[in-house]
Design a protein around this ligand. Structure first.
Ligand code: ADP
Ligand code: MG
Length: 310
């Protein structure tokens, strides 16, 4: 038997109410995809693509215009309470009451979900996000990174099977980003299905097993990460030659050839049509001797550029 998805999104549309005249922003134009159980799923897209809108609909913070969504099998309209209990959401914006301690923040959240005091996991969660020693500090005295970690603990208070993080690492330094990745990976290893939105391609490539890309409110790709990266058909080879180039070397099979320095040429080619060796041979056939070569492997960025260029 196949497992039901952790999240099912079906033809989701969101049009924000107009602020002045006009029609209002159509932020989601009928998006459908499933998030499988058990993995780390990336929702990727440039700023303004509609990522937060989608997450906030799941969180019950934004009302959808049409379409439907299920969280852990519970419809967000018909079975609102169970849907909400099945998901923990770390919003993009950090909002906190600065006068509570981390321990109190988690206890209050436990109370909000009606979890009896004896069954709350505040201490355990503080340890999990490496904040046990800040148990009784004022939240306002925490660093930005500590606040993010506390928000993750807060999202997990009711032990949901799904954790959603909206741009957890936007504007975060390298060290903290590494910490957050570790934390997310740890939670996933313990069985939590993780969804994260990001506009960092490298992050999605390293962390996520499966990626959905949205652009201008539309789903433009949804595949396992490895397959998505494999879609990059264009490759680039940079060649340094022995004398100044008279101009870009023109060959019908080069998608692009650009002189970047007097003696350096960057050639973009279709990897299905030719090889780097063939590119070099063609350059040499124009009377140049090749002195240095670097190639760049395709990565998610290439795919992203290909897909979002349209
Ligand atoms: P992302 O999270 O991918 O950056 P958002 O979901 O925040 O994108 O925004 C998608 C689009 O909807 C953007 O054009 C944004 O300006 C617009 N938008 C977001 N929130 C509102 C709102 N409350 N009212 C009107 N338009 C909004
Ligand atoms: Mg956003």
């Amino acid at each position: 038997m196949t497992q039901p998805p952790a999240i099912r999104i079906d033809n989701l549309v969101k049009r924000y109410a107009p602020t002045g005249g006009g029609e209002g922003k159509l932020a989601l134009k009928g998006v459908s995809f499933d998030v499988p159980q058990g993995g780390i799923f990336g929702l990727l897209g440039p700023n303004g693509a509609g990522k937060s809108t989608l997450i906030n609909i799941l969180a019950g913070l934004v009302t959808k215009t049409s379409g439907s969504a299920e969280i852990w099998g519970f419809d967000i309209d018909r079975d609102h309470r169970n849907a909400k209990r099945s998901i923990g959401i770390v919003p993009q914006e950090i909002v906190f009451d600065p006068f509570f301690t981390p321990f109190e923040v988690l206890e209050n959240q436990g109370g909000f979900y009606g979890i009896p005091r004896a069954l709350r996991r505040s201490e355990e969660l503080l340890r999990a996000v490496h904040l046990a020693d800040k148990r009784d500090a004022y939240a306002r005295a925490l660093s930005g990174g500590m606040k993010r970690r506390l928000l993750i603990a807060k999202a997990m208070v009711h032990s949901p099977p799904i954790l959603v993080l909206d741009e957890p690492t936007a504007g975060v330094d390298v060290e903290l980003r590494r910490q957050l990745w570790e934390l997310v990976t740890e939670m996933n290893r313990e069985g939590v299905t993780v969804v994260l939105t990001t506009h960092y391609l490298e992050e999605a490539e390293q962390l996520c097993d499966e990626i959905a890309i949205i652009n201008h409110g539309e789903l433009i790709a949804h595949k396992p990460t490895r397959e998505l990266v494999g879609m990059a058909r264009e490759k680039i080879v940079r060649v340094t030659v022995d004398k100044d180039l008279a101009g870009p070397v023109v060959e019908p099979h080069f998608l692009k050839a650009e002189v970047t320095e007097p003696r350096t040429l960057e050639v973009t080619y279709d990897r299905d049509a030719m090889s780097a060796g063939k590119v070099l041979a063609l350059i040499q056939s124009h009377g140049y001797t090749v002195e240095d070569v670097t190639t760049r492997e395709a990565d998610l960025e290439d795919v992203f550029v290909q897909l979002t260029a349209a």
